[in-house]
Design a protein around this ligand. Structure first.
Ligand SMILES: Cc1ncc(COP(=O)(O)O)c(C=O)c1O
Length: 373
């Protein structure tokens, strides 16, 4: 099949014809991951609001909603705009929004979708209230609690309760509950150590819910959890909504995190790859055409899917160097690399190439690529 220079792939093409490097999704594994997380959330009696910071794609978001997600999370207002433009009707910005321009855009977005955001101080409540008053809209608000990660969030239950009262009293703001996410817990390799961190987080959430009750406020929702820790949040009886993101793709870093068995983390499989081609070989070494402009390196080098004998030694801008002790690779061969960290890898690409049975089935734009404000 003929392709132009600006397009890596076309629907209907064989995988072997896709120009390398390319960001590819194994659609069978991707769909299995979607179905598995949805089933686990349903079994736990919890809502699933997947995090779109992982994929930045309304196409993927719509697939998540189609199997039962209540809406999506994202981190930035510009991401939320891309999701709503792509047909997502319910978006939580699971983050603080403090820039005037972003506040105005968030408030305006509420004309088109159900939107919510987080606050962790009185200034945030006042800023959101002023933005929605100017836009003539209403926005949902989650009071964020620092459950041990030491990032955003109220540091005490009383602080959270005082803030919730301020939200409930503000015109145009809907108090929707607590945001309680522990980022530091997600990649703790040992599951028992991870469980202990989430149990400590749950104690903080319980205290905050009790403080809300003492202040005369119901807590309709507690939202949080990621791919590494969600079974522990689900078991706590405290959280009502899961925000897992990486489960759709499962990167190499999550491949190192242990679940309850020996079959990978909670039964999810790798679905995102950088398809790379061999461009040069030397004794014991092969050089690939994909480097740091094709995948992020801050969480470590990629793994070569299905080839434990091939070890990535390092990434530079446009190259990956593999140890190939048996000299098995030749120029023109292709390998699938499992990137170290999926979120920043995706943000480097314009499109996903969806593959099934060795053929290109779809191309999805990374619509929120670069939407970082
Ligand atoms: C607030 C919030 N919720 C959920 C997630 C999803 O986590 P994961 O991709 O580990 O599932 C993240 C990831 O950074 C996050 O920041």
């Amino acid at each position: 099949m003929e392709i132009g220079f600006d397009v890596a792939a076309a629907v209907g093409m064989d995988e072997g014809e896709v120009a390398t490097p390319a960001l590819v999704v194994d659609l069978d594994m991707f769909e299995a991951n979607l179905a598995r997380m949805q089933a686990l959330a349903a079994d736990a009696g919890m809502a699933l609001r997947p995090h779109a910071k992982t994929h930045k794609s309304p196409d993927i978001g719509r697939a998540q909603v189609a199997v039962g997600a209540v809406g999506l999370c994202c981190q930035k207002v510009s991401e939320a705009e891309a999701l709503v433009a792509g047909g997502i009707g319910d978006v939580l910005v699971s983050n603080q929004v403090r820039q005037p321009r972003a506040l105005a855009r968030l408030a305006a977005l509420a004309h088109r979708a159900r939107v919510a955001a987080c606050v962790d101080d009185a200034g945030g409540v006042a800023a959101l209230a002023a933005a929605v008053a100017a836009a003539g809209t209403e926005v949902g608000v989650l009071v964020e609690l620092d459950v041990g990660a030491g990032r955003c969030g109220c540091r005490s239950a009383d602080e959270a309760a005082a803030l919730a009262r301020a939200v409930a009293a503000a015109h145009g703001l809907r108090f929707e509950g607590l945001q309680a996410y522990h980022g530091g817990a997600q990649h703790i390799v040992d599951p028992e150590a991870r469980r202990a961190v989430i149990e400590a987080a749950a104690a903080r959430v319980r205290e905050a819910v009790a403080a809300l009750g003492a202040a005369g406020l119901e807590c309709p929702r507690v939202t949080g959890a990621g791919t590494g820790s969600f079974p522990f949040e689900a078991a706590s009886g405290v959280w009502t909504e899961l925000q897992c993101g990486s489960y759709v793709f499962m990167d190499a870093d999550y491949g190192r995190v242990r679940g309850s068995g020996n079959d990978g983390l909670w039964g999810f499989g790798h679905a995102l790859f950088v398809l790379a081609g061999v461009m040069s070989v030397a004794p014991g070494r092969a050089v690939l055409d994909a480097g740091l402009k094709a995948m992020s390196g801050e969480s470590g080098v990629p793994r070569v899917a299905g080839r434990p004998d091939l070890v990535c030694r390092g990434l530079s801008d446009e190259h990956a160097v593999l140890d190939d002790p048996a000299g098995s690779l030749k120029v023109g061969d292709r390998v699938r690399l499992i990137p170290g960290h999926c979120d920043p890898t995706v943000n480097l690409w314009d499109d996903y190439v969806g593959l099934r049975g060795g053929r290109v089935e779809c191309l999805w734009p990374v619509s929120a690529r670069g939407k970082v404000w």
